[in-house]
Design a protein around this ligand. Sequence first.
Ligand SMILES: Nc1ncnc2c1ncn2[C@@H]1O[C@H](COP(=O)(O)OP(=O)(O)OP(=O)(O)O)[C@@H](O)[C@H]1O
Ligand SMILES: [Mg+2]
Length: 328
Amino acid sequence: MSTTVAASGLRHVYKGGTVALDGVDLEIGAGLFGLLGPNGAGKSTLMRIVCTLLAPSAGAVSVFGHDAVKERRAVRAHLGYLPQEFGAWRLHRVEEVLDTLAELSGLDERATRRERVDAVLDSVGLGDVAHRKVKKLSGGMRRRLGIAQALIHQPRLLVVDEPTVGLDPEERIRFRQLMATLGRERTIILSTHIVADLGTGCNDLALLDAGKIVFRGSPTQLLERAAGQVFELALPLSAPQPEGDFEIVSRTDSLNEATYRAVAAPGGVPDGARIAASPTLEEGYLAFMVARGRAEALVSDEHFGQHDKVDLAEPPSATDATGKEAHP
Ligand SMILES: Nc1ncnc2c1ncn2[C@@H]1O[C@H](COP(=O)(O)OP(=O)(O)OP(=O)(O)O)[C@@H](O)[C@H]1O
Ligand SMILES: [Mg+2]
């Protein structure tokens, strides 16, 4: 594995004393890398350090062998960044935005720039709206323009922070496919708390929780954590919602019974339950957090509440589609 990013002993304490990163060691190779974690885990802090925008309180990060504190310029030359918030340029046309950024990145010759802009717009599927003003783009298109601006100087590393917040399901799928395609030719670090967003293109991920890496491996390995922990329990419609050492992810009602699907902590599968045959990656993530006694972090996660809970509660066909996409 050729190392793109290497972090060692990384620690970051904000003014006021919040410990955002608490001893992170991480090596990232080529391809699409997922950085998963609940709200406040430290994902954005880690990404801003990798992008040279924030100096860590302790420890070191290198990007393609260059130190992210001492050699900022060298690191930035190889790096494209889409921050969690990307809102400027509303009144400009899509192609103008990119042309200007291309010029700033050192492409002086107009014709070359034109080619570059066209190629980048095509690669993110915005070729047809090159003349449109940014404010007239949909949320998904705006995110893709964000990717286009980060790609204009052909960086070897692309860092993308929570790219799908606020996007509708269709746009999220499209974004996922774009990441998988772009990840074939470069390294992408993608941070999210929505497991399905990692998609099929992601074969390596880390789980960050309260400033520490608590899992590192493939989606398949994360999925293995859910083996035997995801169950279904059928109860009479009138019975109260079951309680125990598990988190309920969905309830499906038939004529005379309610079937609960839930993820249990070790030893928490209740009597009379049936172990689910094919857990989703999302359930693997939840199983991991439940076992750590940290399910709270996900359930209270405002975004998890908005997107994932809804996804999980969708009818089986919809859940299957999402699940398959997330599976390796
Ligand atoms: N500028 C700041 N000043 C003080 N504390 C901060 C600052 N930025 C973040 N924090 C705190 O540091 C911790 C980690 O924040 P960070 O934004 O890195 O998490 P995150 O994983 O990106 O969360 P989210 O999923 O909500 O984007 C949180 O407790 C947060 O409140
Ligand atoms: Mg963040």
